[in-house]
Design a protein around this ligand. Sequence first.
Ligand code: SF4
Length: 212
Amino acid sequence: MLSSEETTYAIEVMGEMFPNATTSLTKTDPYHFMLSVILSAQTTDKAVNLVTPALFERYKDPVDLANASQAEVESYIKTIGLYRNKARFLIKCSQELVERFDGVVPKTRKELMSLSGVGRKTADVVLAECFGIPAFAVDTHVSRVAKRLGMVPADSDVLTIEKILMQKVPQDLWIKGHHRMIFWGRYQCMARNPKCSSCPLLDICPEGRSRV
Ligand code: SF4
């Protein structure tokens, strides 16, 4: 297992390769950004960015969407996966936001996770991106990279990965670390063909050494 120092070192090296790693979702106000994150589950950020301009133009605030029809919302997002469930989540989440939070996106993980369609990862991303509150959101790339590098045990679940990374990495690197590990997973340590032979982390990576 990588130590705290080695884990932090790995994230610094990722930052040298991807100094501009950041969210690929179009940044908007917290409400619309939260909806974008909900929409991004099991689809690409690019696909989400294609549907959100028209969707957000039609539904400018939580009251608009709270009163929307399921069929009409679906018509705006039907090019992305799971659009029926997601349309339901967007409407329900907006209704709950209006009823319980005066239409304002809350700033705590617990409150965010009380909203329909908002799981821990979505809450962490919203906290980090909208409010700058340190969080280490774990998606499929972060999970794979953390396991391959031995930052976490191979059988760790998402919550365990998040907790270990938050223990090992200084808090001021949590948000950057999340973005860097996503870029690392997309462009260096891809699921199928990781570029191990040219990887600057090969020396400390058990998975890489077993592949090269
Ligand atoms: Fe990923 Fe290979 Fe680099 Fe390890 S050596 S981090 S498995 S690309």
